[in-house]
Design a protein. Structure first.
Length: 98
């Protein structure tokens, strides 16, 4: 089974693992089904490291380069996902990205 990262989420302070209290580095389903914050020690024991997960990173999200940002905005607009396009644009002017 291939590893499937759904997304990456950035935190000022990482949440704690729901099982041992160490810093969590993934939010993933457990072997029993519900999703939980998991550290790198617990994830192989209670989760599925080869399955879906959200990567948790401490720090600020890096800025997207303008060409990639424009491509993602246009893809969202073409798909009719205007909420995603607005999220990418943020407080900027939509016309700048057309």
């Amino acid at each position: 089974m291939a590893v499937t990262r759904i997304k990456t989420v950035y935190f000022e302070t990482l949440p704690k693992c729901n099982f041992c209290g160490l810093d969590a580095h993934v939010d993933a389903p457990t072997s029993r089904g519900p999703w939980a914050y998991q550290c790198t020690v617990c994830w192989p024991l209670v989760g599925n490291p080869a399955g879906m997960h959200t990567l948790l990173v401490q720090g600020d999200e890096p800025e997207m380069d303008p060409a990639t940002k424009r491509a993602e905005i246009m893809a969202a607009v073409e798909a009719g996902d205007f909420d995603a396009a607005e999220d990418l644009i943020g407080d900027g002017d939509f016309a700048e990205w057309l």
